[in-house]
Design a protein around this ligand. Structure first.
Ligand code: CO
Ligand code: ZN
Length: 323
């Protein structure tokens, strides 16, 4: 899983996806017929066919923080980019684009909001890079990649694991009539922004978004029935979409063909790129396949390698079938 490691460790908070995009371009070039980068920064990779247009989509961006004030003592005050958690930031480290590391500490005893926290960048103080953080600079969780007994944990599995899956599908795909668009979108964590313009530009016949879904089969958990290692999850619904029955069925059929066990995902809240894609243009039949992840939106998001491989198998089969 060297590629997954490389993808998760790349720096890419929403709006700053360049490093992630560069890695993906390098990987896909030998396998793609063509690729382009649109105005917002979405990477659109095409494998041409004469049949229907299928759009697969995974987002490149990760959640992060943005400096709002650097005070006269050089402490950095900040706000969130996407759904960062106070509990996950507090007493952990963040890394800025220039590699500078900051410790996140609290202004009040029991921090409940991001504004109760600040970043102390003194940790990494070398004479030449001291205090070079400015307002508007962005940082991400410091969360290294580990593999252990069939599981991976890292920052940004949301949604580099989706990017990894799409790259693997493109690499492994056999001949198909379908006109395939692999979209690596930007700014999902800020409200599905990149997928919206990408879907408008492509105008696909049908689409599948690939993302992660919360899985809390842990002590004190149980809010969601998904199990880590129970297989990729076919989304039924979240806060942004009710998946199209035909695409849902297509995913079920593909799982059957590939002999992959699947689970079903039903969420009250949250959203993925599927939400933006299905209401694009005059409407797009859209579904989603999700990788169950424990500790979502923390520096140690955890997933099962078997679930990831299962998702690749299902999507390979989707790519070669007609809707
Ligand atoms: Co997310
Ligand atoms: Zn995501």
């Amino acid at each position: 899983m060297a590629l997954l490691k490389k993808l998760t460790q790349a720096f890419g908070p929403s709006g700053n996806e360049d490093a992630v995009r560069d890695i993906i371009i390098e990987e896909i070039t030998p396998y793609a017929d063509e690729y382009s980068v649109d105005t917002l920064g979405n990477l659109i990779v095409r494998k041409k066919g004469t049949g229907k247009k299928l759009m697969l989509c995974a987002h490149m961006d990760e959640i992060g923080v943005i400096a709002t004030v650097v005070d006269d003592k050089k402490f950095v005050h900040f706000s969130g980019i996407g759904g960062v958690k106070v509990s996950a930031l507090h007493q952990n480290k963040v890394v800025f684009a220039n590699g500078e590391v900051g410790v996140v500490a609290e202004k009040s005893e029991k921090p409940t909001k991001v504004s109760d926290l600040y970043i102390d960048v003194l940790l990494d103080c070398k004479a030449d890079n001291l205090y070079n953080i400015s307002v508007g600079d962005v940082a991400v969780y410091d969360g290294k990649y580990d593999e252990n007994g069939g599981f991976v944990s890292s920052k940004a599995l949301d949604d580099r694991v989706g990017c990894y899956i799409l790259i693997e599908v493109l690499k492994q795909i056999e001949k198909t009539d379908n006109d395939l668009y692999f979209v690596f979108s930007v700014q999902e964590e800020l409200g599905l922004r990149g997928a919206k313009t990408a879907a408008f530009g492509i105008s696909p016949d049908y689409a599948v978004a690939v993302d992660v879904t919360p899985c809390d089969d842990v002590p004190g958990g149980g809010k969601y029935p998904l199990k880590l290692g129970g297989g990729p999850a076919i989304k039924v619904k979240d806060g942004s979409v009710i998946c199209h029955p035909r695409v849902k069925k297509l995913l079920e059929q593909a799982a059957k063909t590939g002999r992959v066990a699947v689970q079903y995902e039903v969420l009250d809240k949250g959203g993925t790129d599927a939400g933006a894609i299905h209401t694009s243009g005059a409407g797009v039949a859209t579904g989603a396949l999700s990788v169950p992840v424990r500790y979502l939106h923390t520096p140690c998001e955890t997933a099962s390698i078997a679930d990831i491989e299962g998702a690749v198998t299902v999507l390979k089969s989707v790519c070669s079938e007609a809707l």
